[in-house]
Ligand binder design. Sequence first.
Ligand SMILES: Nc1ncnc2c1ncn2[C@@H]1O[C@H](COP(=O)(O)OP(=O)(O)OP(=O)(O)O)[C@@H](O)[C@H]1O
Length: 370
Amino acid sequence: MSAGVGVDLENLWIRFGDFVAVRDANVNINGGDFFSFLGPSGCGKTTILRAVSGFLEPSEGNVLIGGNNMRGIGPNKRPTALIFQNLALFPLMKVWENITFSMEIKGASAAERRRRADELLDMIALPGQGDKLPSELSGGQRQRVAIARALCAEPDVLLLDEPLSALDLKLRQHMRTELREIQQRVGITFIYITHDQGEALTMSDNIAVMRAGVIDQIADGKTIYNDPNTAFAASFVGENNVFRGKIKQVMGKEALIATNRSGDLVARISTANQGKMKEGDDAMMFIRPEAFAIAPDGATGDHFVTARVNHEEFEGNVFNIFTEGEGGKEIKVSIPNHGQSFEDHTGQNITLEYETHNAVIVPAGELAAE
Ligand SMILES: Nc1ncnc2c1ncn2[C@@H]1O[C@H](COP(=O)(O)OP(=O)(O)OP(=O)(O)O)[C@@H](O)[C@H]1O
């Protein structure tokens, strides 16, 4: 199986009549990467995948696989295989026959097919299960068989369109680890599309965050979580508290932001926006629930926020505190549970503190829907 074939999208536009489904996408996917397109329903993820697989010709721009321009090359001539959400295994064929169906079409002998099926069954951690019928496997095992069937055709790039969304939550979480392990074992490029940020963060080397046909940010998961470059990326990936305001003063990589509370707040300007934001710009500051700590009462300054506690809940790993800041602003705080005693603050005013590097400023923009 060939490894490490990269995929590039160059100035890719896809239109359906007047509707722009993908707007000027530029993406470089490294060979052997697990790369995810992450975004809400309808943002254009499947459309991009269809353009890579050859089921759709882009309106403008190019798809390159292994540096070769794919324009005019049909789906069955591309070195890709596609896995859908509702993978249909053939119910009356044994697992090994399902896996090697593409070889049967090409006239491979039964012995050859069986050998290959056994190799692939080892790869997906289902050794010795070849003689079962799909109905005798669990949902997650069937999913792995579908992956083996796609890998049997020896693609350079495996395209996965929300393949876990039909599974229940527990299995979905288990399959994340499995999928990542399979990808590392085969070493080929996986392009994965999902609206589930947990899936994208846990499995991917790199992620493209998409919104309404536009790619907002391409980076590894940690960068997207800690250093989002748009309001959408900050609000779509993970929980976040947003503070709207205007830039009061830029101080190198940091800025003061004037919000509707008394006193300005300080934060770091996200890396992609440094040097681009200036005094008077509409801005949004994001602070994650876990970035707040409870400060001594009465502490004041540009990294303190006072709020009234509406209610609290214990979630096991964290205590969540739901508060209302000045102007009715809802602020969620999550305090890690280290087994410490935890006073109930319901109905009280508390002072919250954050470190400047944990608060990030981006230009004001569209937020992800709740
Ligand atoms: N053949 C088509 N004709 C017209 N519009 C289309 C066509 N295919 C997709 N679209 C539109 O393009 C947009 C992007 O669709 P796409 O299927 O890529 O979204 P998605 O991000 O994969 O969403 P989901 O997660 O719901 O599958 C949608 O608004 C969709 O209605």
